[in-house]
Design a protein around this ligand. Structure first.
Ligand SMILES: NC(=O)CC[C@H](N)C(=O)O
Length: 365
């Protein structure tokens, strides 16, 4: 069935439906990764967005049970050039069409996604609608221009109740703002005894779980939409080692008095070069963000910039000058993407170990 994508600037693209046939609106964002569509479509940080991929063939290895970053995708729709009807892979369990029908998510294929990406790159992120052909286009464009999209995405995707993921190692409280499961996998791989908690937990409740360290996850939307998390982090700083990823990084920066702003079209892909300013080393990283910590807001804080993006010099990593906290804007858990930055999870383990040894020293004197 023919369907269309209409953008708020009036541009429209006609293509073929796959998945659910429901209408959908959202912020249209592009990802430049060449593989990893399953991880991308199931990353909760895309909640409320219509995601397009610049790589032209999607679905060719199907959907499998192992590669989910969340079981119920939060994307509003998927926009691709060509969707494969006959995936080939030993792990394949669903075609993209079957999976999206089961999850009631609309997709559209046959779209020149590179042209769409060039429009977004030129004008910035745009709102868009996926709908049938028999619609009043002018009314939809007007609607898109006057609508503000919902701002409660973290609330939608964060876990409603705390749950354990046991291990024999360090006790980590993982605050779920819309967590990619890769983060939990990395902590479990290192033996951590993890408790995953909802986004609106207080610092007091976190400390009552007697953690050795706190991990702040990625998540969707504007970090300023979750003030309760900002004050929770403010109250934790100095009490416990903290590691933050993506939204967790932005929330930490806000908690320390820095500022964030929306980027023109963000960073979404699997090959974003990031430089570690202390070692000069460059890592290729997986990224998905539309907001950034502003460099100029850092001068009156106790934060040091540790990493920058080589494509546009934006802030990619921060460290607290006095307390054991570090955060990155990119995704060391990869999923999908290169594993260059995986060592940051080991760095978190070292930070926890040092903090515990420090505590022990204090107790012994
Ligand atoms: N992956 C993330 O955590 C994204 C953070 C935030 N929602 C942004 O778009 O910048």
């Amino acid at each position: 069935m023919n369907r269309q994508l209409i953008l708020e600037d009036g541009t429209f693209f006609v293509g073929k439906a796959f998945g659910s046939l429901k209408d959908s609106i959202g912020e249209v964002v592009f990802n430049t990764g060449m593989t990893g569509y399953q991880e991308i479509l199931s990353d909760p940080s895309y909640c409320g967005q219509l995601v397009t991929l610049t790589y032209p063939l999607v679905g060719n290895y199907g959907i499998n049970r192992d590669d989910f970053e969340s079981i119920d995708p939060a994307i509003r729709g998927f926009i691709v050039k060509e969707v494969s009807d006959y995936p080939s892979n030993f792990r394949n369990q669903w075609t993209l069409d079957e999976f999206f029908k089961a999850k009631d998510i609309p997709g559209i294929a046959g779209i020149d996604t590179r042209k769409l990406t060039r429009i977004i790159r030129k004008y910035g992120t745009l709102k868009g609608a996926l709908c049938g052909l028999a619609v009043d286009k002018e009314a939809i464009i007007h609607n898109l221009q006057s609508t503000t999209l919902p701002t409660n995405q973290v609330q939608q995707v964060s876990t409603k109740t705390a749950y354990p993921s046991p291990g024999r190692g360090f006790r980590v409280v993982l605050v779920d703002f819309g967590m990619k499961h890769g983060i939990l996998r990395e902590l479990n791989k290192r033996g951590c005894d993890v408790v995953v908690v909802p986004y609106n937990i207080t610092a007091e409740e976190v400390m009552r779980l007697s953690p050795d360290g706190v991990m702040l996850s990625n998540g969707p939307g504007d970090p300023k939409d979750v003030p309760e998390a900002i004050s929770m982090i403010q109250n934790l700083i100095g009490q416990i080692p903290i590691f933050g990823i993506c939204l967790g990084h932005q929330l930490f920066a806000l908690a320390c008095g820095a500022n964030t702003e929306k980027m023109k079209f963000g960073h979404r892909g699997s090959n974003h070069p990031v430089k570690d300013l202390r070692t000069g080393k460059v890592a290729l990283t997986s990224q998905n963000h539309g907001y950034t910590v502003t460099d100029e807001s850092l001068s009156n804080t106790e934060l040091e910039v540790t990493h920058i993006a080589l494509n546009d010099d934006t802030v990619e990593g921060l460290r607290h000058k006095k307390h054991p906290v570090f955060t990155v804007q990119y995704h060391p858990e990869a999923s999908p993407g290169p594993e260059d930055a995986n060592y940051l999870f080991d760095q978190f383990m070292t930070l926890i170990k040092e903090a515990k040894e420090g505590e022990q020293l204090c107790q012994n004197v």
